[in-house]
Design a protein around this ligand. Structure first.
Ligand SMILES: Cc1ncc(COP(=O)(O)O)c(C=O)c1O
Length: 379
């Protein structure tokens, strides 16, 4: 099945009890057992729920994976992956990451004896410099949040396989419509479903997709034991959101392209980070592994101090100043004080997340209104 058909149908059959075409919201915590252990595959909703199961099967199909697990947030999904590790294990990851990922690595899992190496993965050969016999996992984000670096998934997967490591790709920024890391050799794909997959800024959710059955069983055990699983109402909302994922992504990409080109020539803008530009340092990799370049764009304002950056960020009428991304509405975010505030200033600035950087999540409104808004906010 092609992507659009999977987005609308995968995991979803008319309900066997009454023929409902839309997957019902199974708002139940527990299930009848005829005799102890004699049930219809469902015991308790922390572990399994029919609405969530339909969503998980749909998510797996979108990433060309065999298995999918939904979590109550992207961070819940990340937390579960980290619990595959033991004290003493080491992880190699990028030096530009979502601030919450950096925070859970350095402030939570470092305390459990796991070591993280934050390195510039734009040249994958750096992995062999940091890998040792304790290294167990590579965690990558591509494009990265917020400097839009592009990491070569296939090249990293090759190294990861050679060193027998688990490769996890946070595919949030691309969405499964633009990029499928499983096809390029990843072991686990992670999503903040809150973003493009949900698409309407009304649900917080995460997901993991994988092919290996053993890995799926280990992650399901963590998911059921630790309990960060989403409820049926949120699962329903995401299933509904996914039905237009392909349509939304086309519009995000088209508006993103026009916004990036407009900003590139703007006198108040020093730099625009968008992987679709042919002079982006890893454009050729983006062109190889992504189907289009998306609607996430970061800009550095020319000669702007923090006060001027705040003035611009607060000056929009259509773009909303808010954390998050990937919804139908355009958002603007100031990573240094919002999404990436938990990263120490020197580390953040070394990765290019400077005080005068703003991140745009270009929505699917009319492009003329978006360009007009940018024009007047930057004036
Ligand atoms: C790239 C990326 N990964 C993970 C997350 C965490 O997801 P959630 O906010 O759903 O917990 C985010 C949230 O902004 C993100 O942008």
């Amino acid at each position: 099945m092609k992507f659009a058909t999977k987005a609308i149908h995968a995991g979803q059959e008319p309900d066997p009890s009454n023929g409902a075409v839309m997957t019902p919201i199974y708002q139940t915590s527990t299930y009848w057992q005829k005799a102890p252990g004699d049930n219809q595959g469902y015991e308790y909703s922390r572990g399994t729920n029919p609405t969530r199961k339909a969503l998980e099967d749909c998510l797996a199909a979108l990433e060309n994976a065999k298995f999918g697990l939904a979590f109550s947030s992207g961070m819940g999904a990340t937390d579960a992956v980290m619990k595959l590790l033991q004290p003493g294990d080491e992880v190699i990851t990028g030096n530009d990451l979502y601030g919450g990922s950096y925070r859970i690595f350095t402030k939570i899992f470092a305390n459990y004896g796991i070591t993280f190496h934050f390195v510039d993965l734009s040249d994958p050969s750096i992995i062999e410099e940091y890998a040792n016999r304790n290294t167990k996992m590579i965690w990558i984000e591509t494009p990265t949040n917020p400097t839009m670096q592009v990491v070569d998934i296939e090249a990293i997967a090759e190294i990861s396989k050679k060193l027998e490591l688990t490769l996890v790709v946070d595919n949030t920024f691309a969405s499964p419509y633009l990029q499928n890391p499983m096809d390029l050799g990843a072991d686990i794909v992670m999503h903040s479903v809150t973003k493009y997959i949900g698409g309407h800024s009304d649900v917080v959710m995460g997901a993991l997709m994988m092919n290996d059955e053993e890995l799926y069983k280990r992650l399901w055990f963590i998911y059921n034991s630790c309990g960060a699983t989403p409820g049926p109402m949120d699962s329903f909302l995401v299933l509904r959101g996914i039905k237009t994922l392909h349509l939304r992504m086309k519009a995000h990409c088209e508006n993103g392209r026009q916004v990036a080109e407009f900003l590139k020539d703007h006198p108040k803008v020093e730099r625009v980070f968008w992987p679709g530009f042919t002079d982006h340092p890893n454009h050729h990799i983006a062109a190889k592994q992504m189907r289009d370049f998306g609607g996430m764009i970061s800009i550095v304002l020319k000669d702007a101090d923090l006060q001027e950056t705040f003035r611009v960020a607060s000056n929009f009428k259509v773009f909303t100043l808010a954390e998050s991304l990937g919804g139908v509405e355009s958002l603007i975010n100031h990573p240094a004080t919002m999404t990436h505030a938990s990263i120490p200033k020197e580390t953040r600035e070394a990765a290019g997340v400077v005080d005068n950087l703003l991140r745009l999540s270009v929505g699917v409104e009319d492009i003329e209104d978006l360009l007009e808004d940018l024009k007047s906010a930057l004036a």
